[in-house]
Design a binder for this molecule. Structure first.
Ligand code: ADP
Ligand code: MG
Length: 561
C-alpha cells in the first residue's frame, strides 16, 4: 500500500501557523508589528486569560480599504514587498504576509479597519481561515484585530503552553520590549479588563526606561554612544554593580526591531572585562542603526534573530563603545549604600537622575580624592580613610588583588611582546586526572600560544619545558588545574586574552593580602595609594567591589544635622 500522501491544505496551514504563532505572545507581537508598520502612534492591547481566550489590538494607523482587508488574512498576502530582491533591504517589521493567515488558521479572527478617505470602516469575520461575513462598521480611522480562542483548533500546541501566568509574563515582557524602543507611541496593555501598563507618548525615552526598569536600575545607567561610517550605537549601560543572570534585562534593537543576539550580548560582556563576575551579564539597552542591506531579517520564522553581513565589525564597534563609555565614569559604588541606609529618605532620585541623564552628568562622575595619610585598618579586613566628600571603605584583599592584577597584566604584555619565556632547568613531568588531561590535550595549542611549553607525553602525563616568566615561581600545576576547571565550566572556545587574564587573576588572588592579614600603617597607606593610581580600581578582577564611598552629607542626615 502506498504510504506517502499529500497533507490537506488545512493541516499544512496549521503546521506553518504553529511555527509563527508558538504561544499567545507571538500573536500579540505580530499585531503590534502590523500596527507599527501602519504608522500608528497609539496601540491598545486587551487580552483575556493570557491571550488564549481573547486578544484585541486596536491601532490608529492608516487602516485598510475593504478590498485590501478581504485579502489581508489569506496566506502570503502582503502590501510590504513585491519582489524577491526587496528581501535584502527590509524596512518594515512584516514582509512575509503570513501572520494574519497563520492566526486565522488556528483561531476565530475578526478585523475591522477604516482608512482616512473612507466615511465608514469594514469588518470581516473569518472562520477556519475563510471569510464568513463582511459588513460596514462605524469606527475611527485605524484597525482593530480580535482573536478569539487561539489554538482552539490546534490542541497539539495548546498542550505545550506553560501555566497561564507564564504566558502572561511573556506578553508583558514583549510589550515592555516594544515600549522601550517606541517612546513616541502610546501603549496600553490590559489583562482580564485590568490595566497592567499605560504608557503615554513621550518624546524622552528616559522616562519610559525609568518607569519600566525601576529606579534602582535607572539610577545606575550610564549613556553609551558611538557613530562610525556604518554603525550608530546609542543607549544605556548599567554600572557593574547592577547585573542580570537572565537575558531579559538586556534589550537590543536593530533598526527599531527588537532582537536577541548571544553574540552582541557576549561582546558587551567582554568589554566589561574583569569588572564583572563570570556568571552575570550587564543590564543594558542598546539601539543600533545599520544600513538595511547589512541586516538580514529573513532568517527566523518569528524574526527574533537577524544575521549581519559583517559580524566582527559590529562586535568590535560594540566593544569599543562599551569600553569608552565605562572609562568615562568613575565606577566606585556609592548610591546603593545610600539606599541601604537611608531608604526613601534620600528623596526622589527619580527626577534627579533623569535630570542628570539629560545633562549627561552623573553622580558617580565626581571623582573622589582620598587622604591616604588618614588610613586605618579595621578588623584586619577593611581600610578606612577620609575622602574629600566623606570617607571610603576598602576591602584590602579585593583592592590588592586588583593592584596585582593590573601590574601582572602590564608585565605579561611586555614579556609576551619580547617573547620572554622561562625555561625550566629540568623538564617537569606532571599528571592530571583523565578528564583534565583530555581537556588539556584538546586545548594544548591554546596553552602553547600563551607561552606554555607543554607537550603531551602519554596516558594522562605531560611534560613542561617552559612557561611565561610571570608564572615561573608559582605552583603551575595548581594554576593549570584552575584554568582547566574554568574551561570546563564555560565549555566554550576561549580567546587567548581572556584565558591569560584568568591566569593572571588567579595568581593575583593567591598573591594578594588576605582578609585577616594585619597591615602596618605604611602598608595600608601604600595599598591605598597604589589603588588610586591604577585603572578599573572599583572592582577586583572577579567583579567584587574594592571600595565603597560614603558621602558626608548622608552621615549628616543620619545625625539629623
Ligand atoms: P505582513 O505584515 O508580513 O505583510 P500580515 O499577515 O501581518 O503580513 O498582514 C498582511 C497585510 O495586512 C499587511 O501587509 C498589511 O497590508 C495589512 N495589515 C495587517 N494589519 C494591519 C494594520 N493593523 N493596519 C493596516 N494594515 C494592516
Ligand atoms: Mg505582519
Amino acid at each position: 500500500m502506498k504510504k506517502i500522501h499529500q497533507l490537506s491544505p488545512q493541516v499544512v496551514s496549521q503546521i506553518a501557523a504553529g511555527e509563527v504563532i508558538e504561544r499567545p505572545m507571538y500573536a500579540v507581537k505580530e499585531l503590534i508589528e502590523n500596527a507599527l508598520d501602519a504608522g500608528a502612534d497609539s496601540i491598545i492591547i486587551h487580552i483575556e486569560e493570557s491571550g488564549l481566550k481573547k486578544i484585541v489590538v486596536t491601532d490608529n494607523g492608516e487602516g485598510m480599504h475593504s478590498e485590501d482587508l478581504r485579502e489581508s488574512f489569506k496566506p502570503h498576502t502582503t502590501s510590504k514587498i513585491t519582489k524577491a530582491d526587496e528581501l535584502s533591504q527590509i524596512k518594515t517589521m512584516g514582509f512575509r504576509g503570513e501572520a494574519l493567515s497563520s492566526i486565522a488558521a488556528i483561531s476565530r479572527l475578526s478585523i475591522s479597519s477604516r482608512t482616512s478617505d473612507s466615511p465608514v470602516g469594514t469588518k470581516v469575520i473569518i472562520n477556519d481561515g475563510k471569510l464568513e461575513k463582511i459588513t460596514p462598521v462605524g469606527m475611527p480611522v485605524g484597525t482593530t484585530v480580535t482573536i478569539d480562542h487561539l489554538f482552539y483548533s490546534f490542541p497539539a500546541r495548546k498542550k505545550f503552553l506553560k501555566a497561564l501566568r507564564t504566558e502572561l509574563k511573556h506578553v508583558i515582557d514583549l510589550v515592555i520590549n516594544y515600549a522601550l524602543c517606541y517612546p513616541e507611541i502610546h501603549l496600553q496593555l490590559a489583562h482580564n479588563k485590568k490595566n497592567l501598563l499605560d504608557l503615554p507618548k513621550s518624546s524622552e525615552p528616559v522616562h519610559r526606561i525609568e518607569k519600566l526598569l525601576g529606579k534602582d536600575i535607572f539610577s545606575s545607567l550610564i549613556p553609551i554612544s558611538l557613530s562610525d561610517s556604518y554603525i550608530t550605537i546609542s543607549g544605556y549601560l548599567a554600572k557593574p554593580s547592577i547585573t542580570t543572570r537572565t537575558p531579559n534585562k538586556q534589550f537590543f534593537y536593530i533598526n527599531n526591531r527588537a532582537i536577541s543576539d548571544k553574540g552582541i550580548s557576549s561582546a558587551v560582556k567582554s568589554a566589561y572585562g574583569s569588572l564583572l563576575a563570570n556568571v552575570v551579564s550587564p543590564v543594558c539597552l542598546l539601539y543600533f542603526s545599520l544600513p538595511f542591506e547589512m541586516v538580514d531579517v529573513n532568517v527566523h520564522p518569528r524574526k527574533e534573530y537577524v544575521r549581519f553581513v559583517d559580524t566582527p565589525l559590529l562586535y568590535e564597534a560594540i566593544k569599543r563603545a562599551v569600553r569608552q563609555s565605562l572609562a568615562r565614569y568613575d565606577l566606585t559604588p556609592s548610591t546603593s549604600f545610600e539606599a541601604l541606609f537611608l531608604g526613601d529618605a534620600v528623596g526622589s532620585t527619580e527626577s534627579y537622575a533623569g535630570r542628570l541623564m539629560k545633562e549627561k552628568k552623573l553622580p558617580w562622575e565626581l571623582s573622589i580624592k582620598v587622604d591616604s595619610a588618614s588610613v586605618t585598618q579595621l578588623h584586619n579586613l577593611y581600610l578606612l580613610a577620609a575622602s574629600n566628600n566623606g570617607f571610603i571603605l576598602i576591602d584590602q584583599h579585593a583592592a590588592h588583588e586588583r593592584i596585582l592584577f593590573e601590574q601582572f597584566l602590564t608585565e605579561f604584555a611586555k614579556e609576551k611582546k619580547n617573547l620572554n619565556v622561562f625555561h625550566v632547568h629540568k623538564p617537569g613531568a606532571f599528571n592530571l586526572s583523565l578528564s583534565d588531561s583530555l581537556l588539556l590535550r584538546e586545548n594544548l595549542q591554546l596553552f602553547q600560544d600563551l607561552g606554555w611549553g607543554i607537550e603531551y607525553f602519554k596516558g594522562t602525563s605531560f611534560v613542561l619545558r617552559s612557561l611565561p616568566v610571570l608564572f615561573q615561581d608559582r605552583n603551575y600545576i595548581k594554576l593549570l588545574r584552575e584554568i582547566l576547571e574554568d574551561l570546563r565550566v564555560n565549555n566554550q572556545v576561549q580567546k587567548i586574552d581572556s584565558l591569560s587574564q584568568k591566569m593572571i587573576a588567579y595568581i593575583a588572588c593567591r598573591g594578594a593580602v588576605k582578609a585577616g592579614d594585619r597591615l602596618t600603617k605604611n602598608q595600608a597607606k601604600e595599598l591605598l595609594e597604589q589603588l588610586e593610581k591604577i585603572p578599573n580600581n572599583a572592582t577586583c578582577p572577579h567583579g567584587r567591589p574594592t571600595k565603597i564611598s560614603i558621602d558626608l552629607r548622608m552621615i549628616h542626615r543620619l545625625f539629623k544635622r
